[in-house]
Design a protein around this ligand. Structure first.
Ligand code: HEC
Length: 283
């Protein structure tokens, strides 16, 4: 099964890097549901023995008693609402647990649960409404099982927005992560963006300010001392609140790489050189 999930950007909270994707905090209701027998009779977006959960979410949207009603239905079971089948009772679930499951079901919308055909293309449009988030593409494969229980594996791909808010950097060294910028940047400070594919990208634009330092920002591949693929000579802007946009060309080293953005100024004073609001990868 292939799924696509758009994670809107939550300001002040670092984006998930490619490597951390498997640790995306799941909704507690989702976990409870996965450890129960629900999937024997329900699918997210298709009717099975029981109704599709997206249909349930649609039906009870706007109904203010949904939490109480659906929690008790899950615990006690019953039928008559969706067809001739009845749902098994789940007395092992507490009211609170059933409530968490219901809350999770109500977050499901058709768009979120969209599962994709095994091959083909999909237009990514959600970021136009809520810019700055990232897409998570997941692919799960379950084998036939043979004599043992079926094995299932999942791979994730994180598609970032072209514009990266600086404070969302995957790692920083000798840099202050502020609520909407990276600041306190000195000679040899660096920040890291993991797993970046630069196919088709020709330049990087930075929005920055610098009170009174001219310096260099280099992009290195694989480590802070690796191959340099882009160099920006930046100039002071005269005021920390005066931001400007500048662009430097970049060469694609091929494949996916960890990019280290390293600040340099050999001569002193070389402290407090830069504040970065965002950067954008451009075609
Ligand atoms: C044995 C099959 C079966 C299992 C297991 C099962 N369900 Fe159901 N479920 C059904 C059927 C059938 C219906 C439709 C009942 C009806 O028409 O009232 C249903 C309906 C529902 C509804 C909508 C209730 C309504 O009145 O609209 C919810 C919510 C729900 N199930 C959640 C769950 C959850 C959560 C689990 C796991 C903890 C679960 N189900 C396990 C078969 C099942």
């Amino acid at each position: 099964m292939i799924g696509l999930h758009y994670m809107p950007r939550i300001s002040g909270q670092p984006q998930m890097g490619h490597q951390q994707i498997t640790a995306v905090p799941a909704h507690p209701g989702k976990l409870l549901m996965e450890s129960s027998d629900c999937k024997a009779c329900h699918q997210l977006d298709k009717k099975s023995v029981g109704p599709a959960f997206v249909e349930v979410a649609k039906k009870y949207k706007g109904n203010k008693d949904f939490l109480k009603y659906l929690s008790s239905k899950i615990i006690k079971g019953g039928g008559g609402v969706w067809g001739e089948h009845s749902m098994a009772a789940h007395p092992q679930l507490s009211n609170v647990q059933a409530g968490e499951i219901v809350k999770y079901i109500m977050t499901l919308t058709e768009e979120q649960a969209k599962s994709l055909p095994q091959s083909g293309s999909v237009a990514l449009k959600d970021h136009q409404k809520q810019p700055g988030g990232n897409y998570i593409l997941s692919a799960t494969y379950t084998d036939g099982g043979g004599q043992a229980t079926p094995l299932s594996g999942t791979a994730f791909l994180n598609l970032r927005a072209a514009r990266v808010q600086a404070e969302d950097a995957d790692e920083v060294r000798n840099i202050g992560r502020q609520s909407s910028a990276l600041g306190s940047i000195h000679n040899k400070s660096w920040f890291l963006l993991k797993g970046i594919d630069l196919t088709g990208i020709r330049s990087i634009t930075y929005r920055y300010s610098s009170l009174n330092r001219d310096g260099i920002l280099e992009v290195h591949v694989k480590s802070s001392k690796g191959q340099v693929i882009s160099t920006l000579n930046f100039k002071q802007t005269g005021d920390w609140s005066k931001y400007i946009e500048v662009t430097a060309p970049v060469t694609d080293p091929g494949g996916k790489n960890d990019l280290y953005f390293v600040f340099k100024k050999d001569e002193e004073p070389n402290q407090h050189m830069f504040t970065l609001d965002w950067l954008e990868f451009k075609k």
